[in-house]
Design a protein around this ligand. Sequence first.
Ligand code: PEP
Length: 255
Amino acid sequence: MRDIILAGNWKMHKTIKESKELALCLKEKFAGLPLNVIIFPTFTALYSVSESLKGTNISVGGQNVYFEKEGAFTGEISPIMLKEAGAKYVIVGHSERRNIFNEPDELIKKKIRSVVENEMDVILCVGEKLEERDAGRTEEVISKEIRIALDGISREVLDRIIIAYEPVWAIGTGVTASPDEAAEIHKFIRSILDDMFGRGMGANMTILYGGSIKPKNFREFAVLDEIDGGLVGGASLKCEDFYDIGKILMECKKL
Ligand code: PEP
């Protein structure tokens, strides 16, 4: 079933103290509102943030994961460890992981499996780079990312997957895709899911837009039926901005 979600990726920002302060502000702002909010603090802040948000409508998640349970993998973190720290979700395949840390689709596929096996949900990020878009390869790139990442996954497991369409050229740049363009890509993603998992499956999937979402530009995206919410980077670091984005989402989706 499709869910309306506001997700905030804090990336490599905020100390533990700053993270707790932001979490407390969000807790006050979003208290009792009918919106599914997920935040992704740094690993070091994950546990204390999740403790301070217990019993609220704000969940926490990990920004990344390694697929093994434990072992000699210096610098990595396992699904079990994330879960123990309070994570309910994990972002997999963020463009910064794909492009700065060279994560290939096959690794992303393994990560997704390990997250769902540990009963957490995945936000799978997909999106094209500027040169790929300019070369008219957007659909080809997105199709490949999804087909490899979700290859062999059962329909039941699909319930644990949320997709975020994040054009790489729109992340952290202040430039967004046009809302209609984004909606077209969401439609295209649903058609791939239909093709992979059977007719009607795409229509049930939650698909978020991400890329320079701000309170001043989000309404145009949130009003579109194809778009089930947002994955927000920079603007999720400011309590007021993130809350304003959430308010817009609730208004547009009539929550
Ligand atoms: C992101 O990190 O997923 C993101 C969309 O960042 P920003 O909102 O800063 O573009």
